[in-house]
Design a protein around this ligand. Structure first.
Ligand SMILES: Nc1ncnc2c1ncn2[C@@H]1O[C@H](COP(=O)(O)OP(=O)(O)OP(=O)(O)O)[C@@H](O)[C@H]1O
Length: 252
């Protein structure tokens, strides 16, 4: 049985690619309200585990439960409807539309999915409050009429996050949210993710260990498809196996 404080649980997850064991029977528990990071050296299996959890690929063995429900065979769209949403992959930003329009379209898409209406201009104003709320949450309020194409890289990611939040997720999955960012954007984005984690559970794969140290509640460390450590940053950083995995020259 799954305890109620655990929003996502994987048991014995295994993925074999043509004889190569990429994930070798991993157990993972993501606690409700946590910002949980998945780290490990290159080739450790982070992306594979992430793709398994978000149902982009099917496990060779094992079980995945979201809010107690078995989603091992569910499609990505199904788990998204249940409240587990992967950002930066599912959400799409339209470059020629403004920040406001992009967020409103995401809200419309979600509403249509749920209710099957919202067509008239008048009805669109029903979204104004939610658009405003989401823009505020991700710090894009001053850029309401800026086209997505004209935003900095970090701001674009903030917009993508807003369109993810429009889907009303309970669990947000972030795949290397800081990838390709300069220092200023990294600082802004990590503060943003930390603030989102006050209202949502977040599971992220992230290479930037400073960010992971600064904002995570719990960290799972993978190496060669196996979980080698789990706990707070201080706990995993003190683990001999983790230290030797990172001293092997690979980065986080
Ligand atoms: N589709 C696939 N077919 C065959 N092997 C794969 C496939 N996907 C991943 N692998 C292998 O599984 C192992 C784990 O890869 P994965 O990309 O999950 O690691 P990672 O921890 O995300 O690495 P990185 O930090 O470099 O992104 C690697 O050895 C990789 O070559």
């Amino acid at each position: 049985m799954i305890e109620s404080d655990c929003i996502l649980e994987a048991r014995g997850l295994r993925k074999v690619f043509g004889g190569f064991v990429a994930i070798a029977g991993v157990d993972l528990r993501v606690q409700t309200g946590h910002l949980h990071a998945l780290i490990g050296p290159n080739g450790a299996g982070k992306s594979t585990l992430f793709n398994l959890l978000t149902k982009f690929i099917q496990p060779s063995a094992g079980e995945i439960r979201f809010k107690g429900q078995d989603v091992t065979s569910a499609m990505p769209a199904t788990i998204a409807r249940l409240g587990m949403v992967r950002s930066f992959q599912i959400s799409s930003v339209f470059p020629h539309l403004t920040v406001y329009e992009n967020i409103r379209i995401a809200l419309q898409a979600h509403a249509r999915d749920t209710w099957g209406f919202w067509r008239s201009e008048q009805a669109l104003h029903r979204f104004d409050e939610d658009v405003h709320d989401l823009m505020t949450q991700v710090g894009l309020e001053p850029l309401v009429y800026t086209r997505a194409a004209d935003l900095s890289y970090g701001r674009k990611r903030a917009l993508e996050l807003a369109t993810t939040l429009a889907l009303k997720p309970e669990l947000i999955l972030l795949d290397e949210p800081m990838a390709g960012m300069g220092q200023e954007d990294v600082e802004r984005t990590s503060a943003l993710i930390r603030s989102l984690a006050r209202r949502h559970t977040v599971l992220m794969v992230e290479h930037n260990l400073k960010v992971v140290a600064d904002i995570s509640d719990k960290i799972t460390v993978l190496r060669r498809g196996e979980k080698i450590a789990e706990g707070s940053y201080d706990e995993v950083a003190a683990n001999d196996e983790v230290r030797s995995a990172y001293m092997g020259g690979a980065h986080g």
